[in-house]
Ligand binder design. Structure first.
Ligand code: URP
Ligand code: ZN
Ligand code: ZN
Length: 467
């Protein structure tokens, strides 16, 4: 039996349009849109009608960078797929692309199977996987082709973290050459990890152990240098490149220059780089550990370049890099040695709201909000138009958003499984009211109505942003 819901009277915002329209959803898909009040809209019939007068009706967010249960620094990111995807739903995100990890000495397949086992049957919203390639060898390169065929079409490599995820330039070049052939997209963690490790050792030898030194040793110049090198390696390989978690003015400049030259290079930044800074890393009593992530938070002056990059399309995507570690018992592993603080920040629940606040603050327009948070991540990672837009045939992943509601972000009220908020006390205007995932209400009038296992694995096509 078919189930139909109509959302009436809201302002439908996509990356390309803003229109007062009624949205008909049927059997998990968008069936039709029609301008509100017109005979076409009046003709929509449904078992359930939702009034969205005065509200925005937007596509569910696509967060293309999360790390549920990531093993890091001797512990695991504190959100499971169950808790993390529930929090994502609360925040208006209806699809995540998480990173499966290949451990050194193991195959990509083993890593991917492990991540499927963690996620299957537990997710509140739909999910897909990128693959972290930590061990480039002949076997891995062949496996990359197979993964692209089965819908894992992007591969993260690290120029940072020697001895853990790190790849050298030769390994990076080989993986890029392979992706140039098989259509995969290389995602780069661009920081010169070898040089950073020298600076870490020297800082610790000087007794500089506080969290703020994490920001000082991971220099903007070493992000820019690695970004430049990754761009040139991709150019040599004839491959496109997506640089993750861009935080430094100098790195944006490298991307802008390459794009001006016509190279297919893309950049992502994250809310933490847009809203937080080294001032947070410098908070006393080890509180700065809450803000340790890599690339690191930068001095406030870098934020202008990131906002500008988002406006000029030198940066295309805002993802969260959601990788939470509790302050108590996890971040504390690095008391007395900042290099032992597990890297990562919580944020999967906050992204849509923070970016709406950016609209109100005049950094971006409303359609650009939807473009960088929904449509482009879906296109970049082969999920469009199933995800990332509201159009006939698309999955009915729809958020009813109240642009006037006020809220204060806090660990007391968030749903992420972590004992602090990186945005504690921050006032934002705008709040998710109701969330549909494939037509099923998973949040209804600020009540959680979803369940673990509703979310399904979603294989992806290759990057759709190139053409
Ligand atoms: N970003 C971060 O600090 N942690 C997660 C791992 C990564 O994305 O590099
Ligand atoms: Zn990274
Ligand atoms: Zn990450």
């Amino acid at each position: 039996m078919s189930t139909r819901t109509v959302i009436r009277g809201g302002l439908v915002i996509t990356a390309s349009d803003e229109v007062h329209a009624d949205v008909l959803m049927e059997d998990g898909r968008i069936a039709a849109l029609a301008a509100s009040g017109t005979p076409a809209a009046e003709a929509f019939t449904a078992e359930r009608t939702v009034d969205a007068t005065g509200k925005y009706v937007i596509p569910g967010g696509v967060d293309a960078h999360t790390h549920m249960e990531l093993p890091f620094g001797g512990t695991f990111a504190s959100d499971t797929f169950e808790t993390g995807t529930r929090a994502a739903a609360w925040g208006g995100t209806t699809t995540i692309v998480d990173f499966a990890v290949q451990s050194v000495g193991h195959t990509l397949r083993e890593g991917l199977d492990t991540w499927h086992a963690k996620a299957e049957g537990t997710c509140a919203i739909d999910y897909a996987f990128h693959m972290i390639v930590s061990d480039v060898n002949q076997e891995t390169l062949k496996e990359m082709d197979l993964l692209v065929e089965e819908g894992v079409t992007s591969f993260k490599q690290f120029m940072a973290y020697p001895g853990v995820f790190y790849s050298d330039d030769g390994q990076i070049l080989r993986a890029m050459q392979r992706s140039a052939d098989n259509g995969g997209l290389i995602m780069m963690h661009a920081e010169n990890g070898i040089a950073i490790d020298v600076l870490v050792e020297q800082a610790l030898a000087r007794g500089e152990t506080d969290p703020r030194f994490h920001g000082e040793v991971r220099k903007a110049l070493l992000e820019a240098e690695a970004t430049h090198r990754a761009i040139r390696l991709a150019q040599v390989a004839g491959a496109p490149l997506y640089v993750v978690h861009v935080s430094a003015t100098e790195a944006v400049a490298e991307l802008a220059r390459a794009r001006d030259d016509g190279l297919p290079v893309f950049g992502e930044t994250c809310p933490q780089y847009l809203f937080l800074s080294t001032d947070n890393l410098a908070e006393p009593d080890f509180e700065g550990a809450k803000y340790v992530c890599s690339t690191p938070l930068r001095p406030k002056e870098h934020q202008a370049a990131l906002w500008r990059g988002l406006r000029t399309n030198d940066l295309q995507v805002v993802s969260t890099d959601h990788c939470p570690f509790c302050f108590s018992g996890q971040k504390e592993l690095g008391r007395g040695d900042f290099s032992k603080i597990p890297n990562g920040l919580p944020g999967v629940e906050n992204r849509m709201d923070l970016l709406h606040q950016a609209v109100l603050d005049g950094h971006i327009g409303r359609r650009r909000w939807i473009e960088i948070a929904c449509a482009t991540p879906a296109r970049m990672f082969g999920l469009y138009p199933k995800k990332g837009t509201i159009a006939p045939g698309a999955d009915a992943d729809v958020v009813i958003y109240d642009p006037a509601a006020e809220q204060v972000l806090s660990a007391d009220t968030h749903h992420m499984n972590v004992d602090y908020s990186a945005y504690e006390g921050k006032r934002v205007t705008g709040r998710v009211e109701t969330v549909f995932s494939r037509g099923v209400p998973v949040v209804t009038d600020r009540e959680y109505t979803g369940h673990a296992g509703h979310g399904v694995y979603t294989p992806r096509s290759t990057c759709q942003y190139l053409n």
